[in-house]
Design a protein around this ligand. Structure first.
Ligand code: FAD
Length: 250
């Protein structure tokens, strides 16, 4: 399938800003031109200072492709980061932002892929996976899906209530949230918490819920995280071309 790609920059309007976690804000951007995209794709953002200095970064779309006139972005505040700091400290509802996209073709999922998928996200790496899961839910996708979501602590669980609701509503969707720093809050009604890094043992025991090795995996997060998980997925026998990865940072 040919990926539709808008070529030029467009000015989007920020319609809302929401604190999703202590370090991540969600931004709803209204696009002036209806723009089709695929779950997993990203947009480029360009900031221009009064002296002409420009900074450009990529951000994955978290919203479902069902919406074509707006996109949602989940931006993590990186200390001293040029663009993420601007978003966290300056951008508000009504701000105008230069955007271009969508981009990316390999790291995409569409409902026509009907086989079991394994999604593994680290921190803000949940962003493109969220678009896939939202699209899967809205299109009634009923092939098995398993999300392993690794964050430091409970506060960092993005889209928590939505993901837990999805898991309750859909018996083919399994959610494993794993906390790498703090012990889980066991008063949570939802049982899917582990307190460890995702490793081979954990992957082995959880993919069993998909009924065997998944047909494809999507892994997104920081480079070290993606590298480590990618190797473990190769070890369980997933073909290289079915280990789809997206790296957000160093
Ligand atoms: C395809 C793609 C999609 C992306 N989608 C998202 C997204 O949905 N949400 C999101 O928050 N980010 C996403 N990113 C990362 C984003 O593009 C920026 O790199 C990030 O926001 C940092 O930009 P900055 O200008 O704030 O920091 P910079 O000024 O570029 O960097 C400041 C310092 O932080 C370090 N750094 C840069 N990025 C990271 C990071 N991710 N983690 C830790 N340290 C870092 C740099 O090495 C540098 O030392 C994506 C990246 C790619 C390539």
């Amino acid at each position: 399938m040919k990926i539709e790609k808008a070529t030029g920059w467009q000015i989007a309007t920020v319609t809302s800003v929401h604190d999703e976690s202590p370090r991540v804000k969600l931004f709803q951007l209204e696009l002036p031109v209806e723009t089709k995209f695929r779950a997993g794709q990203f947009f480029d953002i360009r900031l221009t200072a009064p002296d002409g200095y420009q900074a450009q970064r990529s951000y994955s779309i978290t919203s479902s492709p069902d919406q074509t006139n707006s996109i949602e972005l989940a931006i993590e505040h990186i200390r001293d980061g040029e663009v993420s700091s601007y978003f966290h400290e300056v951008v508000e509802a009504g701000s105008l932002i230069e955007v271009r996209g969508p981009f990316g073709g390999h790291f995409t999922w569409s409902p026509s892929f009907r086989k079991p998928i394994l999604l593994i996200g680290g921190g803000s790496g949940i962003a493109p996976l969220m678009s896939m899961l939202r699209h899967r839910a809205s299109t009634g996708g009923n092939s098995p899906a398993l999300l392993m979501f690794s964050v430091r602590q409970e506060d960092d669980v993005l889209f928590k209530s939505e993901l837990e609701q999805m898991a309750r509503d859909d018996d083919k969707f399994n959610l494993i949230i794993t906390l790498t720093r703090l012990a889980a809050d066991h008063s949570e009604p939802f049982a899917g918490r582990a307190t460890r890094r995702i490793d081979r043992t954990m992957i082995d025991s959880t993919v069993a819920t998909l009924g065997g090795t998944p047909a494809r995996a999507y892994v997104c997060g920081g480079s070290n995280f993606v590298e480590a998980i990618g190797n473990q997925l190769a070890d369980i026998g997933l073909p290289y071309e079915e280990i789809r990865t997206e790296r957000f940072g160093p």
